[in-house]
Ligand binder design. Structure first.
Ligand SMILES: CC(C)(COP(=O)(O)OP(=O)(O)OC[C@H]1O[C@@H](n2cnc3c(N)ncnc32)[C@H](O)[C@@H]1OP(=O)(O)O)[C@@H](O)C(=O)NCCC(=O)NCCS
Length: 213
């Protein structure tokens, strides 16, 4: 049975495994010793600014994660910052890791630039990371997680939220299945996941619209 609960440190190995399998570029994926650092970089980058993270729990094992960042000025988690720096350093020791770093840095800059469309609009939270492992996709678990986080945000007074997605992800989920508004799309100017020059998207919605879908 699937339940939704807060992430624990013991969930991290399962989360790292699903992240690199989904998003590491092909050359890095072929080197699991490097790919694990790629996954650490992605996960710790999101956790360092997180407010709370929920996992979908399948009989005690994390089947997916959703990282939330409520924009209320909460402090950074410096323990994750240190871990992220270690992961970047480890990636940069490998030529394919270094190449991947350069590409994703470019794409992340475009992500940040595109956030202009959010300015002055009071988006109180960001869904910073959302992934299920491949055995648990397409069974309604992601939708259940979305309802769970919408209820959490509503309980914490957040009215509107946003997220980034891109073509290396199942981005149709947000528009087609959750009815979120597409605020912006633009080319990444760099690779993300296994694809070069993907399109990046920003979706947003009212929390209340997501609570009972
Ligand atoms: C995106 C994700 C979290 C959605 O969770 P999920 O549990 O698979 O989604 P649900 O089962 O609730 O799906 C809702 C709908 O999306 C469809 N869907 C979900 N993932 C799909 C996929 N990869 N391909 C095709 N359809 C998919 C489901 O079939 C379902 O359609 P229906 O309502 O018409 O039956 C999950 O698919 C996932 O982890 N994907 C890989 C990582 C990713 O892309 N994350 C988003 C990053 S921004």
């Amino acid at each position: 049975m699937i339940t939704y609960r807060e992430m624990r440190q013991s969930d991290i190995p399962a989360l790292l495994d699903m992240i690199w399998k989904m998003w590491a570029g092909p050359k890095v994926k072929a080197k699991p010793g490097v790919a694990i650092h790629y996954a650490e970089m992605v996960l710790y980058y999101e956790l360092l600014n997180s407010t709370v993270s929920f996992v979908a729990d399948d009989n005690g094992r994390a089947a997916g994660v959703c990282v939330l960042d409520i924009k209320d000025g909460h402090p950074m988690h410096t323990e994750y910052l240190m871990k992220m720096i270690d992961a970047v350093a480890a990636m940069s020791k490998d030529p394919d890791g270094l190449e991947n770093l350069k590409h994703s840095t470019n794409a992340n800059r475009v992500f940040k630039d595109s956030e202009e469309v959010l300015e002055g609009k009071n988006y109180g939270a960001e869904v910073a990371l959302f992934i299920l492992d491949d055995q648990h996709r397409g069974q309604g678990i992601g939708s259940g997680m979305f309802n769970h986080i919408a209820n959490y945000l509503n309980d914490h007074g957040v009215e509107k939220f946003y997220l980034h997605s891109d073509e290396s992800s199942y981005h149709h989920f947000y528009g087609d299945h959750r009815g979120m508004d597409l605020l912006d799309s633009r080319p990444s100017d760099g690779s993300l996941g296994a694809i070069d020059n993907v399109t990046l998207y920003i979706y947003a919605d009212d929390v209340k619209d997501q609570m009972h879908l």
